[in-house]
Write a protein that binds this ligand. Structure first.
Ligand SMILES: Nc1ncnc2c1ncn2[C@@H]1O[C@H](COP(=O)(O)OP(=O)(O)OP(=O)(O)O)[C@@H](O)[C@H]1O
Length: 313
């Protein structure tokens, strides 16, 4: 995706602070929530936060933004405890999927409040985005479509220029062209004003090019954190003669299987190394990468099937 555009003239946001979570837990009645999460998010990167429905993404974001208190553990931003330092909070902008506190307010009022709260607010960017999304300042948040409500959140998130911006499912309800506007604007603004983003989404295929780092949450625990490439590196599609690949069916490493005539397609995790890859290729099996979205779907389905047990990821 091309990233071009002019620089906006808002006050430069201090960037580069690190977010650290140490043994953070928040457990709701029923046992769900987040459990013993330790994470360090490198500054000035776009981090993807992915996980199945109910895995704890929104809970984690609200803890980071200081909007919930953890039962245990410590969250610091630039060394300051997020629940105790108002200064740290004005540097962190959380955009929720739906903002109850915005009900009864017009967009003009919402952005006015935001401009007071966020010291690096960029009015010019906010008004450009309102034009791009064809939003009127006089409209009430509640009167907007689901997509319009997401656009309002996106404008708050981007125009806040907060050094740490947390976007919880920002593209819900947006059609394909509006999602494209969002992805392009995010990249453009990030490149002109580097800062840290954490973005959750279920549309991984679309967003994967945005992400430099990824955190994968499984049932409230961090199952993976690191570069996106590393997440997918150990999985491979193997497509070839059923007679060869059938021997692997039943192997715990098989994430997915599909028959196509006399051929079998397997998604395999953790092939033991180049020797095993060569051995399969010598028998007419083609190996290719598993797209991130597919891998996520296979892992999530396996997780749901084995919810009593536990895999590595
Ligand atoms: N206030 C609450 N009281 C009780 N349980 C809660 C509360 N908030 C969240 N939970 C539970 O905690 C778990 C994690 O919820 P959370 O909203 O963080 O998941 P999520 O990964 O954001 O899900 P989704 O992708 O569906 O938005 C879920 O099982 C949810 O039902």
């Amino acid at each position: 995706m091309m990233v071009t555009g002019k620089k906006h003239e808002a006050a430069a946001a201090p960037s580069g602070a690190k977010l650290d979570l140490s043994h953070v837990s928040k457990v709701f009645r029923g046992g769900q929530g987040v459990h013993d999460i330790s994470l360090s998010l490198e500054p000035e990167m776009i981090h993807g936060l992915i996980g199945a429905n109910g895995s704890g993404k929104s809970t984690l974001l609200s803890l980071i933004a200081g909007q919930r208190f953890a039962d245990s553990g410590l969250i610091t931003y630039g060394g300051d405890h997020v629940n105790e330092h108002a200064a740290a909070l004005s540097q962190i902008c959380l955009v929720k999927t739906y903002e109850r506190s915005w009900e009864n307010y017009s967009l003009k009022e919402i952005f006015k409040f935001a401009s007071i709260f966020y010291p690096h607010w960029d009015e010019q960017l906010a008004s450009e985005l309102m034009d791009k999304f064809q939003l009127k300042g006089s409209k009430n948040y509640q009167q907007l479509s689901r997509g319009g409500q997401s656009m309002t959140g996106i404008i708050k998130g981007l125009a806040s220029r907060a050094p740490l911006t947390l976007l919880d499912e920002p593209v819900i309800g947006l059609d394909a062209s509006m999602r494209e506007i969002f992805y392009r604007t995010l990249l453009e603004d990030y490149s002109n004003n580097p800062r840290t983003f954490v973005v959750t989404t279920h549309l991984i295929e679309e967003a994967e090019n945005l992400f430099e780092r990824m955190v994968y949450i499984k049932r409230g625990r961090v199952a993976f954190q690191g570069p996106v490439e590393d997440f997918a590196a150990n999985a491979v599609y193997a497509s070839g003669p059923a007679t060869v690949l059938e021997k692997l069916l039943g192997d715990v490493r098989v994430l997915h299987s599909e028959r196509l005539g006399g051929k079998l397609l397997l998604a395999l995790e953790d092939l033991s190394g180049p020797a095993e890859r060569r051995m399969l290729q010598d028998q007419g099996v083609e190996l290719s990468p598993v797209p991130l979205q597919k891998l996520f779907v296979y892992l999530t389905l396996r997780d749901a099937e084995n919810s009593q047990g536990g895999g590595n990821r």
